[in-house]
Write a protein that binds this ligand. Structure first.
Ligand SMILES: C[S@@+](CC[C@H](N)C(=O)[O-])C[C@H]1O[C@@H](n2cnc3c(N)ncnc32)[C@H](O)[C@@H]1O
Length: 650
């Protein structure tokens, strides 16, 4: 696929494969693999350890491998490494745990010295000692400056059979293995080089929550054993439809694919048929759609929200807006409808405020021409650079049909009152680019009897989400208050903790209750909103996703809410969601309520948001039914109090 990175497929080698690594790697390249994963050490290490420590401690370590480490001069670009499955940093025996930790350090240090880019660690073995395992791993991560370390984990309890390492829990919580991972990465402070090598089981979990959850995590490798494959009619290995869908979905994260035990289960086509099948599967992923191509590279990329009022946008930014196939057509429909509601033979005064490079001017002229209406059209823009483009377009395309005004719309003094005020000053949260302040400041130019605004209203919507990737990325920022700042981001690796979004406030235009003093202190544009979300499955809340909906005119709406964007405005690309992070992620047990409170504050010179999250547990009685009582179990800080981390200048 020209627009997708190539699949990187390797296999998990065995101890025997270590006898001649040079030959092995050469052969793997000839076979068409991209890399091989080998145990880090050669046999006999354990025997040496045995000589050094007491027999009682070592007897708790299972039979194993290695004494000499890999040669450092092998071609490391084609090599990954796995540390020995028998090490037990989570051992019940202090000495065995301590030796395991020591070996882990040495192995990671040596792999790092050899330049091995990726190390796979066996899963913890004891659920009640996960923290001990994680503590050892955290210090081991410091033994390399570059190696990516992946913990080899099964997807869920149902997959326990295919992962002999982790002892089974008594309860059958579908997310219990994700909980194991969540503990490890939390202890390791969301370390940027820590990831998961996910074992794909023969039987996938039926509960979609499990796969959705893993999809949010840093999955660096998918490990697929030969017993996960079925045989087709000709005896060649193939994957079930559900496996194909799942692997195709995960391939969007661009993980390594590691084949396992390909020579233990004989199929037609020999052991390379597994490799060929995965290559075929990767090739058959449908090509990206135009929207996917447009948004490629933006997934989970944190952007500072635009401030078109304070800053002057660049031509490239306008060019990106103008590529939206949906937004302008909706605006044109709304303008068309608003014009057709006016008396047929009357003159309609229209103003496009914040005209940018002029796309809404063109939409307005086209709608008027189609309807055969006479309009007088003003285009107002405060950005002097975009104004040059408007002047060129007037000279070359629009002529006397459009009057240009270089001004802030709040101080424009029109020669005549306006019937239709058209603006597109909306941000991802609706009001976050100060559309309310700008339209309020301009509404005095509206004809008091029949003047309208397009948009007529807009609302802000929120939902709590789990997004470890964004949390980890923000934690790398050195800015003073990175968690007191919202980010515009095409949310991709995230899980909605609730299926609902909730509206927290609304703005309507024109706002007939405004008096002139309001324009100074702006108090009328303060808002606050509270929403409660029920969370069925346990998770971690990393922040709040924000969206908006707008009514342009009548029934013509814009929406970026996840539950309605595909129904109302599929392929609209002008707005990505906004994300309000939490400084400290909050663990939310199953059957809890997350309560989110938001404020839009202003002091007349700037506007800012504040947010706080509380978690309540629903108390169940001895009969297993909810009592209606709730206990507060955690609460975040109040974020961005007083606008100390972020604000929008008026
Ligand atoms: C999001 S852009 C939209 C531009 C254009 N209407 C479009 O759809 O491509 C908002 C535009 O409004 C302008 N703008 C923002 N606030 C304004 C104000 N108070 N007065 C005049 N122009 C303003 C900005 O400079 C920018 O060109």
């Amino acid at each position: 696929m020209a627009d997708r990175p190539p699949a990187r497929i390797g296999y998990l080698g065995s101890q025997q494969d270590q006898t001649n690594i040079e030959n092995l790697l050469a052969q793997s390249v000839t076979d068409g693999y991209d890399f091989v994963v080998l145990p880090l050490s050669k046999p006999r290490l354990r025997e040496r350890i045995q000589q050094q420590i007491s027999a009682s401690a070592i007897s708790r370590l299972p039979q194993a491998s290695a004494t000499q480490l890999l040669d450092s001069d092998v071609n490391i670009t084609t090599l990954g490494a796995a540390t020995r499955a028998w090490i037990e940093p989570d051992s019940k025996d202090d000495l065995a745990a301590s030796i395991s930790k020591e070996i882990l350090h040495r192995e990671i240090e040596y792999a790092s010295y050899c330049g091995i880019p990726h190390i796979i660690l066996p899963a913890p073995k004891r659920r009640h000692r996960i923290v001990q395992y994680a503590q050892a791993l955290k210090s081991a991560l410091g033994c390399s400056t570059h190696a990516q370390v992946s913990v080899h984990l099964p997807i869920s309890e149902e997959d326990f059979q295919s992962s002999p390492t982790l002892e089974k829990t008594i309860q059958s919580d579908p997310l219990s293995l994700w909980e194991v991972w969540n503990t490890i990465r939390s202890v390791c402070d969301y370390h940027p080089r820590l990831s998961v090598a996910l074992q794909i089981p023969p039987r996938l979990p039926v509960n979609p929550v499990v796969l959705n959850r893993w999809f949010t995590e840093p999955i660096k490798a998918l490990v697929i054993s030969s017993n996960t494959f079925l045989s087709n009619a000709k005896g060649f290995p193939v994957l079930s439809k559900t496996h194909q869908l799942m692997i195709t979905r995960f391939m969007a994260l661009n993980p390594f694919v590691i084949l396992q035990d390909t020579d233990t289960l004989e199929r037609n086509g020999g052991k390379l048929s597994y490799l060929q099948y995965i290559r075929y599967l990767h090739r058959s992923i449908p090509p990206s759609t135009a929207t996917e191509r447009f948004t490629a590279g933006y997934q989970d990329f944190l952007q500072t929200p635009l401030q078109p009022l304070m800053d002057n946008l660049e031509s490239m930014t306008y060019e990106v807006f103008e590529k939206d196939p949906v937004k302008y057509s909706l605006y044109e429909k709304a303008i068309h409808k608003a014009l057709s509601a006016r008396p047929k033979n009357g003159l309609v005064i229209v103003a496009v405020v914040g005209a940018g490079r002029g796309p809404l001017v063109t939409c307005t002229l086209r709608a008027a021409r189609e309807l055969g209406r006479t309009i007088e059209l003003f285009a107002i823009e405060k950005n002097p650079n975009a104004f040059v483009t408007l002047q060129r377009r007037k000279a070359e395309e629009w002529g006397e049909r459009v009057q240009l005004v270089r001004s802030d719309i709040r101080s424009w003094d029109p020669p005549i009152l306006v019937d239709i005020l058209i603006s597109e000053l909306l941000g991802s949260f609706g009001d976050n680019e100060l559309s309310p302040e700008c339209i309020d400041g301009a509404q005095r130019v509206l004809n008091p009897d029949r003047g309208i605004s397009i948009p007529a209203s807009y609302t802000a919507h929120i939902t709590p989400i789990m997004t470890p990737k964004l949390y980890a990325n923000i934690s790398k920022y050195t800015a003073p208050s990175p968690y007191d700042t919202p980010y515009v981001v095409l949310l991709t690796a995230f899980d909605s903790l609730s299926n609902e979004t909730a509206q927290i406030w609304e703005f309507q235009h024109p706002n007939l209750s405004i008096v002139p003093e309001n324009l100074k202190d702006n108090v009328h544009n303060r808002r606050s909103g509270k929403a409660s979300f029920h969370v069925g499955d346990a998770g971690v809340v990393h922040g709040i996703a924000g969206y908006f909906e707008a009514v342009l005119y009548g029934d013509i709406e814009l929406s970026i809410r996840p539950n309605s964007i595909d129904k109302k405005n599929k392929d609209m690309i002008s707005w990505f969601p906004i994300f309000f992070p939490l400084k400290t992620p909050i663990y939310v047990p199953q059957n809890c309520d997350i309560q989110v409170m938001f404020w839009r504050e202003t002091d007349g010179r700037k506007v800012w948001y504040e947010w706080i999250v509380e978690v309540f547990m629903n108390v169940t009685g001895s009969d297993g039914f909810m009592t209606g009582r709730k206990i507060k179990i955690s609460m975040s800080d109040l974020h961005n109090a007083g606008g100390k981390g972020s604000h929008i200048g008026m």
